[in-house]
Design a protein around this ligand. Structure first.
Ligand code: FO1
Length: 311
């Protein structure tokens, strides 16, 4: 395949994005990243999912945490704590350089897409990583404790509050970042990575011209389920489905993307449910423990998309 677009959040999605990056020719992959987790913190603009993708594709990611850099040191955080600063969101010493440099370039008037491309290229990444939008789009989590800014809910409160819904503040004014619509229009396949549908993929779909480009696409759109055997590998996906009164299942994942999805990739643990799904389904092993798993799942997903072309 000559051009593939992947939609991705952070940790889980980035694993498949790495597999796609390694399976495709250099430059064939464009990853459109969730902008909803972004926020301003300690005077810096933090783009967690963009950064997780950058570190993962550059093979610099912290294998234990999934976010941040491997071999990280934490002197900045230790000193900040000593000084009585805010330490609930942990910025490693090396990672800090990313946020400082991005914030400096934003203040100098550069766009987030160009900045991300520049930083990714310095780290040797051949694929394109694009934020879905350069405008401010922030996920607000509606909970029984009130509306919470995303990182406040996710990191500070460790996803404990009961979720009742989501809002994407600023989405109505957000436009697709330069390159996003062109990439979707020119794609041979679109892959929705195994990311949380509510907080990782929906913020991307909330950008009107991104959604419109996906709706008019000619290429097949394949979703890799983030739900395996009714649970998520990591993170609050299954908890969110349940709190919203939905079943945490591959059937609900398919329903979530109804009208967009042409094919669903599900795990062998869910094989028995395949017959009930209203979309063509590929059953395989979707748990990605190492690079071989990531590459194999990427290869199988691309083959599956190819088999759906022209339907
Ligand atoms: N996630 C955490 O659970 N705790 C943290 O302290 C934290 C810091 C952090 C710093 C930079 C960065 O790029 C990501 C960071 N994340 C942290 C992950 C972040 O909250 C992501 O939004 C989630 O992992 C969801 O994708």
């Amino acid at each position: 395949m000559t051009a593939v677009v992947a939609l991705s959040g952070g940790i889980g999605g980035a694993k498949l994005a790495l597999g796609l990056d390694r399976e495709l020719a250099p430059g064939a992959l464009t990853v459109v990243a969730n902008p909803g987790d972004d926020f301003e913190h300690l005077g810096l603009t933090i783009c967690p999912d963009v950064d997780t993708l950058v570190y993962t594709l550059a093979e610099l990611a912290n294998p234990e945490l999934g976010w941040g850099r491997r071999g990280e040191t934490w002197t900045f955080m230790e000193v900040l704590e000593r000084l009585g600063g805010e330490t609930w969101f942990r910025l490693g010493d090396g990672d800090l350089a990313m946020h400082v440099e991005r914030t400096r370039r934003l203040a100098a008037g550069e766009g987030l897409a160009a900045i991300t491309a520049g930083l990714a290229s310095r780290l040797g990444i051949a694929s394109r990583i694009l934020p879905a939008t350069e405008q401010r789009l922030r996920t607000i989590v509606e909970t029984t404790d009130g509306a919470l800014a995303f990182q406040h809910y996710f990191v500070r409160l460790r996803c404990a509050p009961v979720v009742t819904g989501f809002r994407f503040e600023g989405a109505e004014r957000a436009r697709a970042a330069p390159g996003v619509v062109e990439a979707i229009d020119g794609a041979d396949a679109i892959v929705v990575c195994p990311s949380n549908p509510f907080i990782s993929i929906d913020p991307i779909l909330a950008v009107d011209d991104v959604r419109a480009a996906l709706e008019r696409r000619r290429a097949p759109l394949v979703v890799v389920s983030p739900v395996i055997g009714g649970d998520a590998v990591k993170g609050p996906t299954a908890k969110m489905f349940r709190e919203l009164g939905l079943e945490s299942s591959v059937g609900e994942v398919a329903r979530h993307y109804a009208g967009l999805v042409d094919g669903l990739v599900i795990d062998e643990a869910d094989a028995a449910l395949a017959a009930e799904l209203a979309v063509p389904t590929l059953v395989t092993r979707t748990l990605m423990r190492d690079l071989d798993d990531r590459r194999r799942l990427a290869r199988e997903t691309l083959d599956f998309a190819r088999s759906l072309s022209g339907r």
